[in-house]
Design a protein around this ligand. Structure first.
Ligand code: AKB
Length: 320
């Protein structure tokens, strides 16, 4: 039995990860941590416990850990890359100050901690194609700076205090459940909504801009599997490259057209998002994750597109 606290449980990853963990660990306390203004609703609220946990408030984290006998914390609180550029101080407060709070509570109370990193932890000086696991990490964004700091801090707590910290570097995540909000890779979610609604999609990212992407079910499985991995096999901890597909706007649009022939896309570039995307890798090499904990993606672009279109048609009540 596991007792898990998910901080940021109502966000894009948290809302789905909480439900997955409740299925994986029946009988445990799988606590949806939320902040004021982002309370859980419906299935998320009804299927298990919830607690107000603001990551910037260490006492609130400690209280939830004590109340629910938490052994594992999934720390999903973060501002995504484009929003973080507009609010760098807040990005640091949540991404680094908040992580410090989580790690301190984990050290005192013996919890394991998962804190995702991102393809955003790399920058212009990183090799862009098949970016290696261990390479230059000099990000050009505040989001990336908080992610690299988070990786270092998490490894520090593991080596110095024995806190069981583990992590993966998420690519852009695509799902039909909860919208991302403020990321550079969000276009790869929005494009499906436009296709299903029969609207022309105005793409903010230039053709030829490749980024790693992943379908949410694979990302959720990665988050569970890394925390379940045999620690004696782990050479790395914070944080593993994971990958499943890499595409540019033209490739995803062409794939959608196979299933929605009338779909149209034009370009209306967002200079901030484009600059961020240009600084990120085109594709990651995830050999270490495959070797150290048997990471294996299931969805490619075709399988994801079929799944996304069918679920979005149901969600948006579009019959086709
Ligand atoms: C973003 O675009 O900010 C995120 C990420 C790749 O970390 N989706």
């Amino acid at each position: 039995m596991k007792n898990v606290l998910i901080i940021g449980a109502t966000g894009q990853i948290g809302s789905e990860l909480t439900m997955k963990l409740r299925k994986e660990y029946p009988g445990g306390n799988i606590v949806a941590g939320y902040i004021k203004g982002a309370e859980p609703h419906d299935e998320l609220l009804q299927s298990g416990p919830a607690a107000e946990v603001d990551i910037t408030n260490a006492d609130q984290i400690a209280r939830a850990v004590d109340t629910y006998h938490i052994d594992t914390i999934y720390n999903l609180a973060a501002l995504l890359s484009a929003v973080a550029e507009a609010r760098p101080q807040l990005a640091w407060k949540i991404g680094v100050g908040g992580l410090f709070n989580v790690l301190e509570v984990a050290r005192e109370k013996g919890c394991a901690v998962f804190t995702p990193s991102s393809i955003g932890s790399f920058g212009l000086s990183t090799p862009h194609v098949k970016t290696p696991q261990d390479t230059i990490q000099r990000p050009d964004t505040i989001y990336g700076v908080t992610k690299v700091t988070g990786e270092l801090l998490s490894d520090y707590y593991y080596h110095r205090f024995g806190v069981d910290t583990r992590s993966v570097r998420f690519p852009g995540l695509i799902s039909y459940t909860t919208l991302p909000g403020g990321g550079t890779t969000d276009y790869a979610v929005d494009i499906y909504y436009s296709a299903v609604r029969g609207e022309e999609f105005k793409c903010p990212i230039k053709p030829g801009t490749f980024m790693d992407m992943m379908y949410m079910p694979d990302a959720l499985r990665a988050a569970v599997e890394i925390m379940e991995a045999d620690p004696t096999r782990l050479i790395h901890r914070n944080s593993f490259n994971i990958a499943s597909m890499s595409f540019d706007p033209e490739i995803i649009a062409a794939k959608i057209k196979e299933y929605v022939p009338e779909f149209k896309m034009s370009y209306e570039l967002d200079p901030l998002r484009q600059a961020i995307a240009d600084s990120w890798p085109d594709s990651l090499d995830d050999t270490c994750a495959r070797q150290e904990w048997d990471w294996q993606p299931e969805y490619d672009l075709d399988a994801m597109t079929r799944h996304m279109l069918s679920h979005l048609r149901t969600k948006l009540h579009v019959d086709k």
